[in-house]
Write a new protein. Structure first.
Length: 318
């Protein structure tokens, strides 16, 4: 009933427009890079192997990725309202607790829910255009749904993957394998086996991004019984899991080279890998227990994810 009331009530122009800077903050454009870069990687891989680059398909695909992420981020703003408000009252981190727009009452809370549905709808339209106008293949819409639905239901009730202890795995899939595979598929009409290996380091690093970003929200999530992975494990076991995933990235990168990626990937990845080791060392030294240093670690950890993808792109473009 609540969802029906939100959808059917027409918002005022002032309520919709609000503050342009508030919209930018809520949409979190800097966080779109974690989905866009893997999509670019998949496109580069298609060019490297098949010498195919369909420019309109690429740009429509990028737009669909952005809309899918917008849907997920805005759904989170609406459904995570309670814990985000509590988290921001404890410490205003740039990497956790949402954008802060709703707790600050800058925009009406129902606006992100409406824009989340709108973004989902527009992404679906783009999927139809890609499959039936550009004839990118019969699995185009399926690949889109594999990203859009888990993204939306990561926070949205009643599914709410984030509270089931498996949401982080879905994010690793949606921001790791899926954008690389979807980009390659849109260009070529099939998915090359190398996609599975080249996307693994990205999936592992984005998994750690999600895990570490749960640390600033731990007390708030625990208070509202948001049963994400960190709440289920506890901080100590969470650090151990983070360490295991960090270590696993190195052999995953080596495997990518073994299946055909140029060894030049390590020209860029070496400093990124050292940064990952530094983060792990500081976590073991319990730097994450202080909010301000934890925020720095979260920022460094996102750099590891983006740098890992950038290193793979570099290796393909050489």
């Amino acid at each position: 009933m609540e969802i029906f009331r939100i959808v059917t009530k027409i918002p005022s122009l002032r309520e919709v427009t609000g503050n342009i800077f508030a919209w930018l903050r809520m949409s979190r454009p800097s966080f779109h890079s974690v989905g866009i870069l893997p999509f670019i990687l998949g496109t580069c891989l298609a060019w490297k192997i098949e010498r195919i680059f369909l420019e309109p398909v690429f740009w429509l695909g990028i737009l669909a990725v952005i809309l899918t992420m917008l849907s997920a981020y805005h759904a989170g703003e609406y459904f995570d309202h309670e814990e985000d408000t509590l988290s921001k009252s404890i410490f205003k981190s740039r990497f956790a607790g949402g954008s802060g727009i709703i707790p600050e009452h800058v925009l009406s809370r129902r606006i992100p829910f409406l824009t989340s549905l709108l973004s989902l709808f527009l992404a679906g339209i783009l999927g139809l255009v890609l499959q039936f106008v550009f004839r990118t293949g019969p699995y185009t819409l399926l690949l889109g749904c594999l990203g859009a639905l888990p993204g939306f239901f990561y926070s949205a009730k009643p599914v709410r993957l984030v509270s089931r202890g498996c949401g982080e795995l879905f994010i690793a899939f949606c921001y790791g394998w899926l954008p690389v595979a979807a980009a390659y598929y849109l260009q070529t009409g099939f998915i090359h086996p190398i996609v599975h290996w080249i996307s693994l380091p990205i999936a592992l690093t984005i998994y750690n991004v999600m895990l570490l970003n749960e640390f600033p929200d731990y007390e708030a999530d625990k208070a509202v019984r948001k049963r994400n992975l960190l709440v289920r494990l506890g901080p100590q076991k969470g650090v151990f899991l983070f360490a295991m995933i960090s270590i696993a990235v190195w052999p995953a990168m080596a495997m990518a080279v073994w299946v055909g990626i140029s060894g030049a990937v390590f020209h860029v990845y070496l400093p990124i890998g050292l940064l990952s080791i530094l983060i792990l060392f500081l976590m073991i030294r319990k730097w994450h227990e202080k909010p301000r240093t934890l925020e720095i670690l979260c920022g460094m950890n996102i750099a590891v994810n983006l740098g890992t993808t950038a290193a793979l792109i570099y290796a393909l473009l050489r």
